[in-house]
Design a protein around this ligand. Structure first.
Ligand SMILES: [Zn+2]
Length: 88
């Protein structure tokens, strides 16, 4: 489950675990109104797995892409993107 950061007027900043669809509107400690803060965890979710995969193998992938462009061939590149879609 993702972690969300909230700010309570009385308790200050705190983290809360809950599902993506749920939203915390009141502080679990004092019951006061809270507002959600942008967290790093949210960024990961919004970017999606595609970005993560690209980052993970970026050095190897860019080497292959460079070699393919030198040969003037894009066949391998399109095949690679197809398998990515299948995986996700
Ligand atoms: Zn509070």
């Amino acid at each position: 489950m993702p972690t969300y950061e909230y700010f309570c007027e009385n308790c200050g900043k705190f983290e809360e675990f809950h599902s993506m669809t749920a939203t915390l509107t009141n502080c679990p400690k004092c019951g006061g109104e809270v507002r959600r803060l942008i967290s790093r965890n949210n960024n990961v979710i919004f970017k999606g797995s595609g970005f993560h995969i690209t980052d993970y193998r970026s050095s190897d992938y860019s080497k292959k892409a460079a070699a393919e462009s030198e040969n003037g061939s894009t066949k391998a590149a399109s095949a690679s993107s197809k398998s990515e879609n299948k995986a996700s």
